[in-house]
Design a binder for this molecule. Structure first.
Ligand code: ADP
Ligand code: MG
Length: 541
């Protein structure tokens, strides 16, 4: 970025309230994410009946009622506070945070970005408690009549986080995601009764039942479920059970591909790949239906790699891959084929294989701009400016140390006297921004890590030090200039191809930014074209 054209913008501290909303928007990204958290809480509370009610795909109303253990007045008050949980008692339990994701932040997050009401009772006699929260602030607390259990109602999601709200898809699409979420849990808890109501219409009514297969028949195509092959394998580290489609029953599109760790639905690319690997070439270009329940000691799992806890990482992913693919082969009676070379290569390089349809929501234009549809039109995002903004806010956020990623090959740079002087002046600040360095000898510096999620290679690291010398005015290197430089050098460049998940992640992170509209130098990062504008240009109005 050209320093001469840089516009100075005043530095402002984010208000407590803004920080709270932004953080909440990272956990609760859309109605289905709120439904997921609320249903999980109901299950944790031992509910045997859970009813989910939504209006307009959950945008205007999400209501989850259960007959679980309920909360006392004091519990409810605490439950909406950040980092309040009843699920970790001793400090030893802290590993539970990473294993089950009990971080006590879901209710607080929903409360921060909606108008929330909780009605609850710890028994069937006597009055219960009613609590009203708006944008995170408790408005009212009092008594109400409610049977044993809890009803949480979230209205007008993101009313105070407009960029997120405008990014939601159509009501139907959001409803589809909500329904998928409910189905995912219903498939894991057949004994629990579930109901899903949308705009007053009952979409699912699933009484509790004893047999998993019975429940699955209610959720998915009957014939598909009847032809399922059962899988069950135990090992001291893992036990896997579930159902797989007969290879000949695999079709062009699948109905269900669900993976559960300890009964929580998760996204696990490793497991999906392992399943495909297990089927091998018999699949051709078809996709199989499957549901896999993986049980393991929670200490072997890390669910917190993703703010929404949907992704999970197993302690030894290689082992997991081999174990699952072998289990699938055994269940299907397939011998290991010689022909796994390509899959193996793709897997090891973290590349996509044919996982079926994940969402075709973004388009990249000239490998530089991302187009995405929003409710009132479409937006064009400059990928470099957007990523610069994201990195800049990460680096300047004082909430945490920026996480770093190790370079496969540490980069050694020989600095000029000017550059070395600037490097020495910034000292520890570089490490706090995710760039860990060591002086090798004389003016030779070895760079070992770069900020996580950045695209800093050898060339960018050299540029970084070269420009560092020029932004250091006199003796000090201003904090903001340093942050801009890290962001600029670490950001994806124009001209770089991005996959759908990369685009999705970039846009999601951009929308969680305090100032998503501009890069740190003040150039626009997003341009919005409204449907009205298009209609006008095409002479439709
Ligand atoms: P976590 O589930 O990680 O503990 P949450 O923010 O989701 O965090 O919930 C906070 C606390 O509120 C829970 O630990 C639990 O004590 C209480 N709670 C939330 N939902 C319910 C519910 N449906 N029934 C009973 N207690 C609940
Ligand atoms: Mg929870």
């Amino acid at each position: 970025m050209n320093q001469q054209t840089t516009k100075r913008r005043p530095v402002k501290l984010l208000s407590e309230d803004t920080v709270r909303r932004i953080a909440a928007g990272e956990v609760i990204t859309r109605p289905a994410a709120a439904v997921k958290e609320l249903v999980e809480n109901s299950l944790d509370a031992g509910a045997t009946e859970i009813k989910v009610e939504v209006k307009t795909g959950g945008k205007n109303l999400i209501k989850v009622s259960d007959n679980g253990i309920g909360m006392t007045r004091e519990d409810v008050r605490l439950a909406v506070a950040r980092h309040a949980t009843s699920k970790l008692e001793a400090i030893d339990d802290l590993k539970g945070i990473s294993s089950f994701g009990f971080r006590g932040e879901a209710l607080a997050a929903i409360a921060a970005v909606s108008r929330l009401t909780i009605e609850t009772n710890t028994d069937d006699a006597g009055p219960g408690t009613r609590l009203e929260v708006e944008g995170g602030d408790i408005r009212e607390i009092g008594e109400t009549a409610h049977p044993l259990g809890t009803t949480v109602t979230a209205r007008t999601l993101f009313f105070n986080l407009m960029p997120r709200r405008s990014f939601l898809k159509s009501d139907n699409y959001e409803l589809k995601l909500v329904a998928e979420t409910v189905k995912n849990y219903a498939a894991a808890y057949p004994e629990t009764g579930f109901e899903l109501v949308s705009g007053g219409r009952i979409l699912l009514r699933l009484p509790g039942c004893k047999q998993l297969k019975e429940r699955l028949k209610e959720l998915y195509d009957r014939q598909t479920v009847e032809s399922f092959i059962e899988l069950k394998v135990d090992n001291p580290l893992l036990s896997v059970s579930g159902f797989l489609a007969e290879p000949t029953q695999a079709r062009r599109f699948y109905d269900v591909q669900a993976v559960y760790f300890n009964h929580r639905p998760v996204r696990s690319r490793v497991v999906v790949r392992a399943v495909y690997d297990g089927y091998g070439p018999v699949l051709g270009d078809r996709t199989p239906n499957f549901l896999l329940f993986i049980e393991t000691n929670p200490s072997r799992l890390d669910v917190n790699i993703h703010p929404t806890k949907q992704e999970v990482r197993f302690a030894d992913e290689r082992f997991l891959f081999d174990f699952i693919s072998e289990a699938v082969r055994k269940a299907l009676g397939i011998r290991r084929s010689e022909q796994t070379g390509v899959d193996e290569f793709l897997y090891q390089h973290g590349l996509e294989t044919g996982e079926g349809a994940g969402v075709q929501g973004f388009w990249q234009v000239h490998n530089s701009y991302i187009l995405a549809q929003v409710t009132s039109g479409y937006v064009i995002v400059d990928q470099h400016a957007a990523h610069e903004r994201i990195l800049f806010e990460e680096v300047t956020s004082r909430r945490k140390q920026v996480s770093s990623q190790g370079l496969l090959f540490p980069v050694t740079v020989e600095l000029s006297p000017d550059q070395f002087a600037a490097y020495e002046r910034i000292g520890k600040r570089l490490a706090q921004m995710g760039i860990e360095t060591k002086v090798f000898s004389g003016r030779t510096v070895v760079v070992e890590t770069v900020p996580a999620g950045s695209y800093m290679g050898k060339a960018e690291i050299r540029e970084f030090f070269a420009e560092l010398a020029s932004v250091s005015s006199g003796r000090a290197v201003p904090e903001i200039e340093l942050a801009k430089l890290v962001a600029c050098k670490g950001a994806i460049k124009a001209g770089q191809w991005l996959s759908q998940p990369e685009m999705e992640s970039l846009i999601n992170r951009l929308f969680a930014c305090q100032e998503p509209h501009f890069c740190p130098h003040g150039r626009p990062a997003i341009i919005k074209i409204t449907l009205e504008e298009l209609n006008r240009k095409f002479g439709r109005t």
